[in-house]
Ligand binder design. Structure first.
Ligand code: UDP
Length: 238
């Protein structure tokens, strides 16, 4: 493929909320399918794809602990939520003929594979979409950190962070009409200005391993594929 595709292997990170559509909670199957078709169209370019999906549409550790649960217990519940989302995405992709594996940081053999790095690499080489579930497997982390960790381990060239807006802005573009989008921004600037791309541990882990983060809009149809072919608007954090 010589259609301007610069990437051989990428990681796509989406939040759990990206799967809930206009509902306030949970999974919205048509939305899951829409995102799966975006992934499929990139997969068809021959790009090897890792995915990390959050769990915030179902459960967040911090909100559980705010209601009096022990933080670690609440975080494990959050990690389990990401497994549900991963299974939903797997189902949608496979119904479109895209082979996938869900690999979990917390082993649950009846449900999906345990995460074994070399095995996951093999799946990618065989052009299977690898969905990394259960975050890092540790409480006090987020799926953004899990995404950065797996992108490093899998030697992805970049982390694609699909969001509701087409990049990183100096202030919330939904609230401020004069918000300015960065074409590029450094990791340190993101941290200093609290630009809210990902949490600080994820940004620091990406910075220390020179892993670019490309922030783009998931709402744009064909947007993911477009950006991989050098089109569209986005922000590169580098
Ligand atoms: N979580 C965790 N360790 C991890 C990843 C996730 O404990 O390595 C828990 C944490 O409670 C978090 C929840 O899983 O709130 C869901 O993940 P996240 O908030 O990152 O989801 P997103 O905001 O991307 O939907």
């Amino acid at each position: 493929s010589d259609s301007g595709i610069k990437f051989k292997r990428v990681l796509l990170k989406i939040s759990g909320e990206a799967l809930m559509g206009s509902q306030g909670y949970g999974l919205h199957p048509p939305t899951v399918e829409r995102i799966a078709s975006e992934v499929k169209s990139v997969h068809e370019l021959g790009v090897e794809i890792c995915m990390v999906i959050g769990g915030g549409n179902i459960f967040r550790g911090l909100s559980g602990s705010a209601q009096g649960m022990e933080r670690t217990t609440a975080d494990y519940m959050g990690m389990l939520a990401t497994v549900m989302n991963a299974l939903a995405m797997q189902g949608a992709l496979e119904s479109m003929g895209v082979y996938t594996r869900v690999v979990s940081a917390i082993p649950m053999d009846q449900v999906c594979e345990p995460y074994i790095r070399r095995r996951a690499v093999r799946h990618l080489e065989k052009k299977r979409v690898c969905i990394f579930a259960a975050g890092t497997g540790n409480p006090y982390f987020t799926t953004d950190t899990a995404a950065t960790l797996r992108a490093n381990e899998m030697a992805c060239e970049a982390i694609f962070k699909g969001t509701k807006v087409d990049g990183v802005y100096d202030k919330d573009p939904v609230k401020h009409a004069d918000a300015k989008r960065y074409d590029t921004v450094t990791y340190d600037e993101v941290l200093q200005k609290h630009l809210g791309v990902m949490d600080a541990s994820a940004i620091a882990l990406a910075r220390d391993n020179n892993k670019p983060i490309i922030v783009f809009s998931l709402d744009e149809q064909g947007g993911f594929r477009g950006i991989l072919s050098g089109q569209g608007t986005y922000t590169t954090v580098h």
